[in-house]
Design a protein around this ligand. Sequence first.
Ligand code: SF4
Length: 329
Amino acid sequence: MEKKRVFSGIQPSGRLHIGNYASAMRNMIALQDEYSCVYGIVDYHAFTIKFEPKEMDDRVFNCAVDYIAAGINPQKSILMLQSTVSEHTELAWILNTITPISWLERVPTFKEKKEQNPHNVNMGLLDYPVLMAADIIIYKAAVVPVGDDQVPHLELTREIARRFNSLFGETFPEPKEQLARVSRILGLDGVNKMSKSLDNCIYLDETKEEIWKKLSTAVTDTDRKRRSDPGNPDVCNIFTMHKAFSPKKDIDHCTRECRKAGIGCLDCKKILLDNMFTELEPIQKKQKELRKKREYIYDVLHDGKKRAKKIAVETMDEVYEKLGIKVFH
Ligand code: SF4
């Protein structure tokens, strides 16, 4: 039986952070055996905010390195650069024609991005979820591993797929999101999403010392003013990180001791640091090796382009047929 397909994408932001890793990438890695996976470095999406063209090649390269170092196996999964499969934008245009603007205006990330980029509220920012829908349904993906901030986009993707199917005949399956056990890690400020632009991230390639510098000053339960005050792990972002990186015995120990002030926040953070770094260290070793192999990384992306394009072209042929365009397709 043919394996069901998975699609997920990560923007080439330069460096991946532990939020990307824990909320989406771990699932992306875990799904590789059971599903036929297509993973994209979604550069079209990155163009919607101001960027430096001179840096883009390195950003793409580093993103591919991070994917492979973390465990994406290019022999099993397709790793591709979105703009090399231009059918993504081709399908997005068609989906644009059936997507009411009101659906896009209500997407929460559009409101956030408008606030973050008040001088660059471009069409791409509004249209981003339609391109994301195209990214997913062009591969007829059944499952999409994402962080919980992407759930509204998945709902919209299903709505768009449903509308296409009802207008032109059954073509696209409705994809389901797959959330991680910890689907959202906040930034070091404990309030905002982990984001490079807010400078509140822990990156996958940081040394243990660098991570400790950040963790040691990271916000915890803000009501815990003194070491002798009991804390509340349920409102503490450090505890959320524990749930993402620590074994059960450490999670149980920290929650129990926190609640009776048996442990200080620094002790708790040290336990987290050790657990987090145990997971990151082998990834970092692999990153270092892969960064010396630019040709290999480009070969992987080239191969990914060929394999992804084959699927995307097949879907577009079907789409044009459904639209009644038969002369050249
Ligand atoms: Fe958070 Fe740990 Fe401090 Fe409790 S002890 S408030 S879980 S950092």
